[in-house]
Design a protein around this ligand. Structure first.
Ligand code: TXA
Ligand code: MG
Length: 360
């Protein structure tokens, strides 16, 4: 279900760095959103393309501007906890525990949706994903709009998520009503997506659909057992049950061929030596720089998953701009936010992973 191309339109660039100092821009964004328009806004994770979540015509514009398939549901962003209950059919204690601990912040919780949420927002599903972002500008815009805001990442469908307002300009200029100029995103990868829906027997089954900065370990600390959906790390075959429609689409993909190389520093060096060709690039840890001969872009120290998360989408865009044909990425460990970084990279690599054998 592809959506139609939108008409080219005049895009406003609004300067909104600080809700106190730049309240005019934030109110202007709110006004556009109240009138059914769409605006790219900062959040602490990535920039989002916002529209009134309760207005199918506004969400229709979001799908069209992104070129996003209409069965891929949107996350609804709220400013206050009280705005949650009207959107869902039940609010289990586990959901409230998580919200009290991790909201505002990079955690999205999926629950059965109420009749207030249009099918266009939920992509036809019976559930709705909700999060309360932490970024003060995002919160100011939701408040100014006076409605919950549907906001997918503000990139063209399939390209890496935007972590600066300039990325939004690159992808969406002329396709949206306004872009809010603000700080670069602090986290750099999209929110953790957790489903808290019930099994047929009524049991609540917490299931991680997308890892993020609220880590699996943090969720387990509150909930005990959390199932990690198979789609987080593995390629789902055609026809396999997909719990999060976003999993089935080509994602975070630069134009270059990406290969994820898992191994220690020496193994990474040896693998590059054997395989590298002119016009190819390495995305590696800072410690790898002295041993890599290809043009290399470091994305943080091996242990520093937070830095890797902040850098990765920006680097993938940069490498596209350079016309990279092939990129060898040194794979991060899968603990903490590293799981989120690995999840995005394995998609950028279309699941092409080289696992080098452990030395014995
Ligand atoms: O950090 C974020 O979450 C950013 C910022 C802008 O808030 N938003 C974001 O939205 O990443 P998006 O649309 O790019 O990713 C939302 C993901 C998609 O993979 C979608 O399939 C999944 O969440 N999702 C949304 N609603 C769902 C639902 N009801 N059931 C299962 N998956 C859902
Ligand atoms: Mg996205």
């Amino acid at each position: 279900m592809e959506t139609e191309e939108p008409q080219a339109k005049q895009t406003l660039l609004l300067r909104g760095y600080d809700p106190a100092a730049d309240s005019t821009a934030i109110n202007q964004a709110g006004q556009i959103l109240r009138g059914g328009g769409i605006v790219a806004i900062p959040t602490e994770t990535v920039y989002g393309l916002a529209g009134n979540a309760l207005d199918p015509s506004a969400t229709g514009k979001i799908y069209a501007a992104k070129g996003r398939p209409s069965d891929n549901p949107l996350i609804v962003h709220i400013d206050r906890l009280e705005e949650w209950a009207p959107l869902v059919r039940e609010l289990p204690e586990e959901a409230l525990l998580l919200a009290r601990k991790y909201w505002p912040g990079p955690l999205t919780i999926i629950l059965p949706k109420s009749a207030l949420v249009p099918d266009t927002t939920s992509g036809g599903l019976d559930t709705v994903a909700v999060r309360m972002p932490q970024d003060p500008v995002a919160r100011g815009v939701i408040r100014a709009a006076g409605v919950p805001l549907a906001a997918p990442s503000a990139n063209r469908s399939g390209s890496p998520s935007p972590t600066t307002w300039r990325h939004c300009v690159d992808d969406l200029w002329g396709r949206v009503d306004a872009i809010l100029q603000s700080y670069d995103c602090r986290v750099g990868v999209e929110s953790t997506v957790l489903s808290l829906c019930r099994e047929a027997d009524g049991r609540l089954c917490p299931r991680l659909l997308r890892p993020g900065a609220v880590t699996l370990e943090m969720l387990q600390g509150v909930l005990g057992e959390v199932t990690v959906d198979r789609g987080v790390l593995e390629h789902l075959e055609d026809g396999e049950k997909v719990r999060s429609p976003g999993m089935k689409y080509r994602h975070y993909a630069p134009s270059a061929e990406v290969l994820l190389v898992a191994g220690d520093r020496e193994q990474y060096r040896a693998y590059l030596r054997e395989n590298e060709r002119p016009g190819e690039y390495a995305v590696c840890f800072e410690e790898d720089l002295p041993i890599v001969e290809l043009p290399a872009f470091p994305y943080g120290r091996r242990e520093d998953h937070a830095a890797q998360a902040r850098e990765i989408f920006r680097l993938l865009r940069e490498l596209d701009r350079l016309g990279a044909k092939k990129i060898y990425i040194h794979a991060p460990e899968k603990d903490g936010i590293g799981l989120a970084v690995y999840n995005r990279l394995v998609r950028a690599a279309a699941f092409h992973v080289v696992v080098l054998p452990e030395e014995t």
